[in-house]
Design a protein around this ligand. Structure first.
Ligand SMILES: Cc1cc2nc3c(=O)[nH]c(=O)nc-3n(C[C@H](O)[C@H](O)[C@H](O)COP(=O)(O)OP(=O)(O)OC[C@H]3O[C@@H](n4cnc5c(N)ncnc54)[C@H](O)[C@@H]3O)c2cc1C
Length: 377
């Protein structure tokens, strides 16, 4: 049998963005999809390096709406979606010093109106949940009890399993080196050995999405990868941490959470860099641990178990870029997932699939996501 080279849709990149799109295309009856992934394994880049958190609060109103619209999928996934639970609703607890705490307190009603299931916690209630926090470092907390930790491997493999069951083809170790443009329209891609053709080519290349767009000659959108680091370490012996929520403190620029018997901590670094395979910066880790020593001195580790960094890639307004390129028909953006690409994938993947298949989606205000918002008039 000769290998197929013509498809309805080609997706460049099989991270959470590409996988969720393939899933929702299949759900809508389109399994004529080729996913091309450069790496020989899945989840090598951002998708495999995240903090795996569903944290539905967001200061950006568009991201807040996307997160609210995506969350029900994880709270109650479609029947048969996954083999194991995808969410452990262990809660996300923001802790705040004054004067921020008083401001948030008086804004609680407005916060709840956005749909956030937020509960105010007085300091004693915060300490009852996470006794290791230093009382002088915060004045109160806001708990979102049904946020929590996602199983990214389960989500990614479930998206792909369903897509492949309905015909999608996943090819690993296939880097797209060229985007084929003929007659002013995007027609396919070239890898080292092959040319594949399609009606629509989707750029879901994560930190490399800007590079892929340049290969195609699509619009220039400034997508900038930013490094973020995570370390893990053992908690003090005998301390029961398993039921703690994730704790985030914007005043200390860090978050931490239980992670498979250990603690996971991020110094919430955000260094802009070119697309790459980033490594943690020792100074960033040391500064983060110094801040952690103020917020939770009893937890400060003597040594680390694991440390890694990944890239969070942002458009200038920090909102996803989803839609057909206004200057290059057939070239579709699915990029700029930033720091919430996993938790937003059920909504963004669905919107992208509907746009690819029908040119419109009722699931969200697609103009807020469209690449056209960056067009220079
Ligand atoms: C430390 C850290 C913590 C995070 N925490 C969270 C969190 O708690 N919750 C959350 O929702 N999000 C979080 N994120 C963000 C989330 O990980 C990303 O938004 C998401 O994974 C981006 O997915 P993606 O598919 O766009 O990119 P990727 O996962 O990077 O996938 C893109 C793929 O494209 C492939 N590719 C690139 N160029 C080509 C080419 N030319 N040909 C073929 N393939 C190509 C790459 O190999 C890659 O596999 C975090 C990120 C980091 C780094």
């Amino acid at each position: 049998m000769t290998e197929r080279r013509d498809f309805e849709v080609i997706v460049i990149g099989a991270g959470i963005a590409g996988a969720s799109l393939a899933y929702f295309l299949a759900e809508q009856g389109c399994g004529d999809v080729l996913l091309l992934e450069r790496e020989a394994q899945l989840a090598v880049h951002s998708t495999g390096r995240s903090a795996a958190t569903l944290s539905s609060a967001d200061a950006n109103p568009t991201l807040l709406r996307i997160k609210q619209a995506a969350k029900p999928f994880f709270l109650a996934p479609p029947a048969g979606f996954s083999e194991n639970p995808v969410l452990r609703a262990s809660g996300v607890l923001g802790v705040y010093p004054e004067p921020l705490w008083s401001r948030l307190r008086s804004a609680l009603a407005a916060l709840r109106e956005t749909g956030l299931n937020a509960t105010l916690l007085e300091p004693d209630e915060v300490l009852r949940r996470v006794p290791a926090l230093e009382r002088s470092q915060f004045a109160g907390g806001i708990l979102i009890p049904d946020d929590g930790r996602l199983d990214v491997h389960e989500i990614l493999s479930s998206y792909l399993r369903h897509a492949r069951a309905r015909g999608a083809i996943l090819k690993l170790g296939q880097e797209v080196l060229e985007v084929v443009v003929e007659g002013g329209r995007c027609r396919g891609v070239r890898t080292r050995d092959e040319v594949f053709r399609a009606r629509i080519v989707v750029d879901a290349a994560g930190a490399w999405a800007g590079q892929v767009a340049r290969l195609a000659g699509a619009m220039a959108i400034e997508l900038v990868p930013h490094r973020r680091t995570i370390v893990t370490f053992a908690p003090p012996a005998g301390l029961a941490i398993a039921d703690w929520p994730m704790v985030a403190s914007s005043a200390h620029d860090l978050y931490f959470a239980p992670e498979a018997g250990d603690l996971l901590l991020s110094p919430m670094d955000e260094d802009a860099m070119a697309p790459c395979d980033p490594s943690p910066d020792d100074a960033v880790v040391a500064d983060g641990l110094a801040r952690f020593g103020k917020l939770a001195p009893a937890l400060l580790p003597r040594s680390l178990k694991r440390r890694w960094s990944g890239l969070r890639t942002f458009a200038p307004d920090r909102v996803h870029v989803v839609g057909e390129d206004p200057t290059l028909p057939g070239f579709f953006w699915l990029a700029g997932q930033g720091g919430c690409g996993i938790e937003t994938s059920p909504l963004v993947g669905r919107v992208a699939a509907e746009l690819v298949l029908h040119g419109r989606s009722d699931a969200f205000d697609t103009e807020l996501l469209s690449p056209a918002r960056f067009a220079v008039s």
